[in-house]
Design a protein around this ligand. Structure first.
Ligand SMILES: NC(=O)c1ccc[n+]([C@@H]2O[C@H](COP(=O)([O-])OP(=O)(O)OC[C@H]3O[C@@H](n4cnc5c(N)ncnc54)[C@H](OP(=O)(O)O)[C@@H]3O)[C@@H](O)[C@H]2O)c1
Length: 300
């Protein structure tokens, strides 16, 4: 028997979820990761367990549920079928969680459900916060479907938080490792015109802010999980180049990026949005890595 609070995490074998699970165990929680059957060979530890199905969960009080699972965006080129899979994988897991929550005898304190700053769609230099409107496009459709599915949990937990994640920077997953080799070779320059905004966040601040959402009884609704100082793509490339003592020289024309990566390049790399974490700041969250030079220095 343990007096640790129980947290259920979907996507807990992934880049963010893996770090989050270990961090929450270190912070005194007992974490259970819901993972698809083929990944169940993962070995647990005393306070970190893996289950293949919600039906396998032992009856107990769940303090929090964190939902991050979904087909990776860059797994393969985006056909219509792949785009449907990217959306459906997230919506299906969220709906399964909703059905499971409905059957619990006591509601969790909080359900935290994933989304991304892609919800806002593509913008130029406008500063966006949680009150800003969205613009149509695939990223918006994906995040809107994911968030709408999560809204069904509003009455099934005491609080529902939706986290709109920016580009998460870490050493062992996400976008940064893929950017390092070209940058080290001095090849990381502008993508397209380079003026698109990239709203990034250090992985450490992601896990710390999710812990704050778990524990702050006032925290509810949508939260942008982005650093307070987003940058344009060319500023990102130059900052990374400076950290690596390499010039950010070679531009990648937009048409080349689209040729190489298809619609993913158009949606995620060549266009962006300048997002501010207004609600995290209003709730008193302090960032360990508020600006990009600090974050990259720490990571590299
Ligand atoms: N990384 C970022 O920069 C970033 C930015 C914005 C939003 N996000 C979102 O945040 C979430 C976590 O990101 P991440 O980088 O940690 O992702 P990740 O490393 O790709 O992990 C995602 C997890 O989802 C599960 N999964 C994969 N395909 C699935 C499918 N078809 N159906 C059901 N589950 C599936 C996997 O768990 P099992 O194999 O154990 O089942 C995997 O561990 C993702 O939904 C992502 O879209 C990430």
């Amino acid at each position: 028997m343990t007096n640790r609070k129980n947290i259920l995490i979907t996507g807990g074998t992934g880049f963010i979820g893996g770090h989050l699970s270990r961090y929450l165990v270190d912070q005194g929680y007992a974490v259970t990761v819901l993972t698809r059957a083929e990944a169940i060979h993962q070995t647990g530890t005393e306070h970190l367990a893996f289950v293949a199905a919600l039906a396998d969960l032992q009856p107990r009080h769940w303090y929090g549920v964190i939902n991050l699972a979904g087909e990776p965006l860059n797994k393969t080129r985006w056909s219509q079928a792949q785009k449907a899979q990217i959306i459906n994988s997230r919506v299906a897991v969220t709906q399964d969680l909703t059905a499971w929550l409905r059957g619990l005898s006591t509601p969790p304190e909080v359900s935290i459900s994933g989304s991304a700053v892609g919800w806002y769609g593509h913008w130029d230099d406008e500063c966006l916060d949680e009150d800003s409107p969205s613009r149509a496009g695939f990223s918006n459709a994906l995040c809107a479907a994911w968030e709408t599915a999560a809204m069904a949990q509003a009455d099934l937990a005491r609080r529902l938080c939706i986290v709109r994640l920016g580009i998460v920077l870490g050493n062992d997953g996400g976008s940064l490792p893929a950017m390092l080799l070209p940058a080290k070779l001095g090849l990381g320059g502008s993508m397209g015109n380079g003026r698109q905004w990239w709203s990034w966040i250090h992985l450490e601040d992601v896990v710390r802010s999710i812990k704050m959402l778990l524990e702050n009884p006032q925290a509810t609704g949508v939260f942008n999980l982005t650093a307070p100082h987003p940058v344009t793509q060319i500023e990102f490339a130059r900052t990374l180049g400076r950290q690596l003592h390499r010039p950010a020289l070679l531009p990648l024309p937009g048409f080349m990026a689209k040729l190489m990566l298809g619609e993913f390049a158009e949606e995620v790399l060549l266009k962006g949005q300048r997002v501010r974490p207004k609600k995290l700041l209003d709730n008193g969250f302090t960032f360990n890595h508020p600006d990009l030079p600090t974050a990259l220095r720490h990571l590299l």
